[in-house]
Design a protein around this ligand. Structure first.
Ligand SMILES: *[C@@H]1O[C@H](CO)[C@@H](O)[C@H](O)[C@H]1NC(C)=O
Ligand SMILES: *[C@@H]1O[C@H](CO)[C@@H](O)[C@H](O)[C@H]1NC(C)=O
Ligand SMILES: *[C@@H]1O[C@H](CO)[C@@H](O)[C@H](O)[C@H]1NC(C)=O
Length: 196
């Protein structure tokens, strides 16, 4: 009897989960967003929502040669009002800006994502733009970055609706032995959800 009723409960629970997979979670409300790093000495402007965040930079620029050949800006984001039993991850990341690369120089950008609850679990997106030609590159760029495939998920949202603290660190590095310049104007990312 005990076994049978446990089985019935298990079946009921399983069908409830199946029924919910088509459900969509609430869009949490951002309760706090702060910034740190040499690329955001004045805070970026934030627009959009938790689902389609956008940062617009005032002073994110890297210069080669000199002291600022590496620049970074890290966003720290917390939210409430999430749906219990869901968790999220950063799916993709897009940075727009302007680059000048003399021959023999390169721009590499890294975006590293982690949750403060588990800082050792990180996911990175990376791309390199090299100038191996003999003319200066001077143009707008859209940097998407390839993921290293180590997707990190937020803590499972509990009944308090708290999403955990997401950290997104964007870093640009100029290398080579000529002159180069990079300025980021904006950064956006997309999130995806799953039940947990
Ligand atoms: C490096 O960046 C800092 C902060 O943005 C700025 O104050 C400084 O003037 C820059 N230095 C050079 C050499 O560009
Ligand atoms: C620059 O490179 C192109 C091929 O990429 C070559 O045809 C041209 O001669 C080079 N010019 C100089 C000044 O080296
Ligand atoms: C890059 O191009 C812009 C115009 O599009 C120009 O004003 C600027 O001086 C150029 N920079 C370099 C380093 O060539």
């Amino acid at each position: 009897m005990g076994l049978l009723s446990n089985l019935a409960l298990l079946l009921a629970a399983t069908s409830a989960v199946v029924a919910e997979t088509t459900a969509t979670p609430n869009v949490p409300k951002i309760s706090s967003i702060t910034f740190s790093g040499s690329g955001c000495t004045r805070d970026p402007k934030f627009s959009g929502t938790f689902s389609d965040p956008k940062l617009t930079f005032h002073d994110f620029s890297a210069t080669l040669p000199g002291k600022n050949q590496t620049v970074h800006c890290q966003a720290h984001l917390q939210a409430t009002g999430g749906s219990k039993g869901w968790q999220y991850a950063v799916k993709s990341n897009t940075i727009r800006g302007h680059v000048v690369l003399q021959p023999g120089t390169a721009l590499t950008h890294y975006t590293t994502v982690y949750f403060s609850q588990k800082p050792a679990d990180t996911e990175s997106f990376k791309d390199t733009l090299s100038n191996s030609g003999n003319r200066t590159i001077n143009r707008s760029v859209v940097l998407a970055g390839k993921s290293d495939g180590k997707k990190v998920w937020s803590p499972c949202i509990g009944s308090d609706g708290y999403t955990g603290m997401l950290n997104v660190n964007f870093r640009a590095v100029l290398t080579g032995d000529a002159k180069a310049y990079f300025e980021a104007t904006s950064e956006e990312w997309d999130v995806e959800w799953r039940q947990c």
